[in-house]
Design a protein around this ligand. Sequence first.
Ligand SMILES: Cc1ncc(COP(=O)(O)O)c(C=O)c1O
Length: 432
Amino acid sequence: MTDEILRKDRKYLWHPFTQSKVSKDPIVIESAKGEKLFDSEGNEYIDLISSWWINTHGHCRDEMINSVFKQSKKLEQVLFAGFTHKPAVDLAQKLIQITPKGLKRVFFSDNGSTSVEIAMKVAIQYWFNRGEKKNKFVALRGGYHGDTFGAMSVGRTSGFYEPFHEMLNESLFISFPDIWTGNNQLQKNEIKAIDEVKKIIKNEREQLAAVILEPLVQGAGGMRICRKEFLLQLVKIFKEAGIIVIFDEVMTGFGRTGKMFAADFIDEEPDIMCLAKSLTGGFIPLAATIFSEKIHKEFVATDLKKTFLHGHTFSANPVACSVALSSLQLFEKDNTFKKIKMISKIHSKFLLELSKNPSVSKIRMIGTIAAFDYHKVSNVYGSTESLLLRQKFLENGMLLRPIGNTIYLMPPYCISEINLKKSYEKIIEILQ
Ligand SMILES: Cc1ncc(COP(=O)(O)O)c(C=O)c1O
């Protein structure tokens, strides 16, 4: 059975972020439960990265399965222009209740990149509808916002897009002053970044549509974390200059940073927030871009040119909205934030242990995210050494995917204390 699946896989499939020439055959996963994945050969793996940062309450949660089943029997899909339904309005209401209070309007789509694309298009059209031409974006160096063209243009420094550089719109980038244990350049780096911001605003203000950033943590850029005080200062400066602030919380949303959203760490609010990944707890693709009323009201007009002429076939899919609601209910039912605290505590304890390894540096963590650099592998994305390390972790029953030489853990919140501790013990052993 496994051989047949792999034969067909080799023949027909093209996998994301994968160089088939050097990669080993993929693992055939047959089932999953909680924090575990089970393959067709009888092996199990602890999912320490929540299957690309989406799984919150564990795999195959019964409550979520039931919500998919119940909703699928009633209404599986309807176009969302001229129609609406209870799962969409209930989910929109819930999102408005839990996101920063100035955010009032939800636009649904189906993945993180589209949620970003929508934020960027709305920002440009906001100015257009007001009779102004502003179409440049500011972003943080090393940030990642997805793989569509708009998202690539503000993530161009992430290192993933060289073949497309000439096709990307020009964006302006500021440094990301990341924190880690023992970083004595932080203050200097923060001052430099703020100076860059001020310079950009001084020179380019009239053309700036918005600033887009991953608040507190740059995910694909290597799990780099900045201080909340820096984030606050940044947002204040942009808001005072009248520039739209977009928070891409596609990765940081839904408890990852220890609060429901990274935005909850600061007193200033974004004008636009992008959500996807954990929105449905990892069950079904769904994304939401949420707007302040100030932005939305520029699109409400008798002049049809002011309409946001944008939509995706699966916008607000009822099954996806139902399972997202179910996921949000589980936060209360499971007392998820208590689990998140438990994960943070274990991260802290074992990061301290790891710091004794001379090949480990730049230790950092926030909420359920722990990361460090490991100098025995090269810092090149997809390098052979990095692939070998990934393989070694898999052989030891752990799903981990180093980014270059950054090893990070971001487990589902359901992970048991014992499985997280055992995983750390194995990681420490392997790295020694
Ligand atoms: C911060 C951030 N924004 C956007 C995206 C793109 O999301 P998707 O892969 O669902 O298109 C990602 C994906 O990793 C992300 O981490």
